[in-house]
Design a protein around this ligand. Structure first.
Ligand SMILES: Cc1cc2nc3c(=O)[nH]c(=O)nc-3n(C[C@H](O)[C@H](O)[C@H](O)COP(=O)(O)OP(=O)(O)OC[C@H]3O[C@@H](n4cnc5c(N)ncnc54)[C@H](O)[C@@H]3O)c2cc1C
Length: 285
């Protein structure tokens, strides 16, 4: 289908984008890579009067070293995430998950900020950002504010971004060399969306998992942190048996969706199996 008519502006700076968004009011929407928004426009599930295109803003693109964290610009594409040396050195799980997003064409246009701001619980990167303890940097008419990932995903396709705010970038704590990671994605075909995904991080010490963090994709209306698994894994032996046992609580408290690809119980089963696998890989078991 053809989208409903809309106006379009391409600001030269992030501040200009904020102004354009504010002037556009409730019916204005940000567009970056367009990989999630354009399908919605074409299906007429969204019909903004104005699109503010931030996709070309170089000031929001790229990865910089900020000491004990990385700053990832909102318009950094999935392709760039996969190939960035700082990401590879300090937050490799982002590159791993970004490399599993859709196909090369989508990865060349789709952005990190767009994936997070879209707030789709089936998206691969929100659960990764959650597990990493990332912080979102939003800029609006009143200036900038920081939103922890744990507060950012509010409901299905809904984030804590307020009307008039754009996501500028994301601050991600660096993982030290004693951390391992794995993003496990179960999908119907190689380039499809996750039926369930699991981002696992594990810090290993003396043959044990000293600390673990787990984020779940598509197990509810928002990405979920599997706190019960994290508690069970902390102090467990870094063996498959012990980590599979810790993963037994992966589906606790989740409300996975039912759709053509799987019933909730099937997703709960997947969450347990994938969490065990991801934790074992992260811990080098
Ligand atoms: C065929 C296909 C397959 C896909 N498969 C997957 C998959 O396997 N896994 C996966 O995770 N995703 C998948 N996607 C989704 C897609 O990759 C991401 O959701 C997309 O990259 C989002 O980034 P974008 O820049 O394209 O966002 P856009 O489509 O431009 O925007 C998405 C939403 O975010 C908002 N937004 C974007 N940037 C900002 C910003 N800087 N500040 C504030 N709001 C902003 C927009 O207003 C809109 O609401 C797929 C998409 C397609 C078309």
């Amino acid at each position: 289908m053809i989208p409903a008519k809309f106006d379009y502006v391409k600001p030269a700076t992030a501040d200009e984008a904020v102004r354009a968004l504010q002037e556009g009011g409730e019916d204005a929407k940000v567009i970056a890579g367009g990989q999630s928004l354009l399908p919605l426009l074409r299906l007429r599930l969204a019909y903004p009067d104005l699109l503010v295109d931030v996709g070309g803003l170089d000031e929001l693109r790229g990865v910089t070293d900020a000491g004990d964290s990385l700053m990832i610009g909102a318009t950094t594409t999935h392709y760039q995430l996969v190939h960035d040396p700082l990401i590879a050195a300090h937050c490799g799980v982002i590159a791993q998950a970004a490399g599993m997003v859709a196909d090369p064409a989508v990865r060349h246009r789709g952005t990190f900020g767009g994936s997070l701001a879209h707030g789709d619980p089936a998206g691969d990167l929100p659960a990764v950002a959650l597990a990493l303890g990332a912080t979102m940097i939003a800029r609006g008419p009143g200036g900038e504010r920081e939103i922890p990932a744990s507060d950012f995903f509010v409901d299905y396709l809904t984030t804590a971004l307020q009307p008039g705010e754009i996501l500028i970038g994301v601050r991600v704590p660096k993982l030290g060399g004693d951390w391992g990671y794995r993003y496990e994605k179960f999908h119907r075909t190689a380039q499809a969306w996750a039926i369930v995904g699991v981002a696992a991080l594990a810090r290993r010490s003396n043959g044990q998992v000293a600390e673990a963090r787990v984020g779940l994709t598509n197990m509810g209306s928002v990405p979920i942190r599997a706190h019960a698994v994290e508690a069970a894994a902390a102090g467990a032996a870094a063996t498959r048996e012990a980590l599979n046992a810790a993963a037994a609580s992966a589906a606790d408290g989740t409300e996975p969706p039912a759709d053509l690809h799987g019933a909730p119980d099937y997703r709960r089963h997947l969450a347990r199996v994938l969490t065990g696998r991801a934790l074992a890989a992260a811990a080098g078991a």
